[in-house]
Write a protein that binds this ligand. Sequence first.
Ligand code: UDP
Length: 329
Amino acid sequence: MARERVLITGAAGFLGSHLCDRFLKEGYHVVGMDNLITGDLRNIEHLFKREDFEFYHHDVSKFVHVPGELKYILHFASPASPIDYLKIPIQTLKVGSLGTHNLLGLARAKKARIIVASTSEVYGDPTVHPQPEEYYGNVNPVGPRGVYDEAKRFQEAITMAYHTFHGLDTRIVRIFNTYGPRMRLNDGRVLPAFIGQALRGEDLTVFGDGSQTRSFCYVDDLVDGIYRLLLSDYVQPMNIGNPDEITIREFAEEIVKLTGTTQKVIYQPLPKDDPKQRQPDIRKARQILNWQPKVSRAEGLKITYEYFKSLPKDLLYQRDHKNFENYIR
Ligand code: UDP
């Protein structure tokens, strides 16, 4: 029997590339798609020799055509770091809105099930802690994160509308902070920022007083949660993340220990609308998917540090992704 085919958008990105690996491992034929603004072909280089993998260099904000049947569509294309949204705000809005619309249309045409990547950012700077799926959020639509947060909120709305109005088979995953190999070294996110600084022998920059919290999930755990949600019957949004919460100040200290850097932790101004606290309530994922994270931060950080150490040294000094300059306008 022919392999079932899956479309993964954002395939050359951090999460997309790990999803490609997982679906290939599960025996699917994977069609990857990416416009490579923030994605990097090095993340999927190892797949190009395979017959059960193909790749389209395409921007999903434009009409998406994929020949043949599709069983599942995973929409994971989007910039995902606050620095990226500042650099490419319009593209961030377009991929979450127009891109999602195109992929919902494709899912209808192919009679495919679609899962869209939403985010803990739909909760904004949350006033409820930890954040259950029922919380409506506290988002500033016109702040620096608004382009991402509102695109993702629109994405959830249009996905649910296609579900109720067209009977489309949909899933929505709300992803909390995730880390692991293949994160972009210079995307501005806190973990690659700290590890990059340690490897270059620079001070570690904590924003604000470092009392803000995050809860970091190792990528393999996240991918497993997404896989289970896709295969489940659950159509309401579901949080996937690791509830193990830590302040950014403590996180910096962990990175100092991990890397053995002799540099200092220094404090810089807190960016506007930076959420003060974040921790997923994962009771639904536990009950419905029988899922919970397995990899501790100590284990996950060790693997991730080894990955960053193995990268070519010139990447450490490359401040921007090479494709950014073609898109900033
Ligand atoms: N952060 C920091 N130093 C850095 C980069 C980020 O202290 O060099 C902080 C940032 O202000 C935020 C947290 O780390 O409070 C997580 O930031 P990230 O960009 O990774 O993701 P967010 O969860 O804010 O979307």
